[in-house]
Design a protein around this ligand. Sequence first.
Ligand SMILES: [Zn+2]
Length: 374
Amino acid sequence: MESVRNGRMLPRLSFGFRGAWVSMQRGGHRGRIPTAIRGVFVSSSNDGGFGVSMGTMFEVGAALLGACVGSFLNVVIWRLQQDEPSKRSLGGRSHCPHCGALIRWFDNIPIVSWLVLRARARCCRKPIAARYPLVEALTAGLFLVLAHWPPFGPVGSLAADGHLDVDPAGAAAFGLHAVFLSLLVALSFIDFDTQLLPDVLTKPGIAIGFAAGFWPGTAGMIPDDAALTPAMRGLLASVVGACAGGGVTWAIRAVGSHVFRREAMGFGDVKLMAMVGAFLGWQSALLTMFLGCIFGAVVGGLGALRGGSSQIPFGPYLAMGAVVAMFLRHPIVTFLFTTWPEWQRDSSAAPFVLGGTALVSLLLLFWLVRRARR
Ligand SMILES: [Zn+2]
């Protein structure tokens, strides 16, 4: 974590509302925000003009942005699945998938329109799937969490004199992490529908991940060599992360298809994990793989219990693992490597808990395999 912080020691730029652009923070002149405007946007206490704190306003703004991005992701998810090249374009206005009528702007407001129209299209009264507002709400929620717990540190801070200091590295990390979350949402739903993770999203995703590693350094920094610039060390961390994520997935895929004699994972999963590693670094990529396997096993197990197919797309669970690894890496790693071993050493109940868990897992596995053979 220390190394990540190093990347943020770049000079901070200061933005004032009076002059659109003000000089560097250290030693430079600082612009003051006119009182009238300050009452609306920020104030020197934590309380804004409407009794809303700056942080809350930022979070609400992020959630609204997320809902709009989610609306666009619905388009991406739908159009990338079309075979006809003319329907794959992401430009142009939205049309009703049933009758082809142009959807008007007031019927295209994220979440709200679906509620107002009571899940029926205005043009032909055909049902609108609940998935559209769900994708919008999910993206809004993820952006809200990103604004509340920015994994790279805050986007800006409020100085005592009411001046808003935007941290360029924090703002860039926010934007790039938002792109990362959006890619994960789109890829998950496309994988659910088609069992494919399209290259047109994963490959640019890897490239954007490298850019995020170069600046502001979302993947951390390696090696600890002062001779290299922070940008180079960040980019190296990103490249190593992509190799670790992609490599481990590729190895599991090779072993899995040898043991089970069928394709356990697609090559799309390898590229998805390379993207995760490029954005988050090798440690989080490994944690993502670990969490993705747990989530996939739980959902696959539940599916087998209900008698459904045990063949599940792996992408959505890897994406879930990546989101959890992004926000909760430190508490999880502390638990796994500090809290848990300490408890195991000190508690007399530990051998029984471990033995019991192992036995239950084995019985469950045995039972699932028997069920699958039938
Ligand atoms: Zn229609």
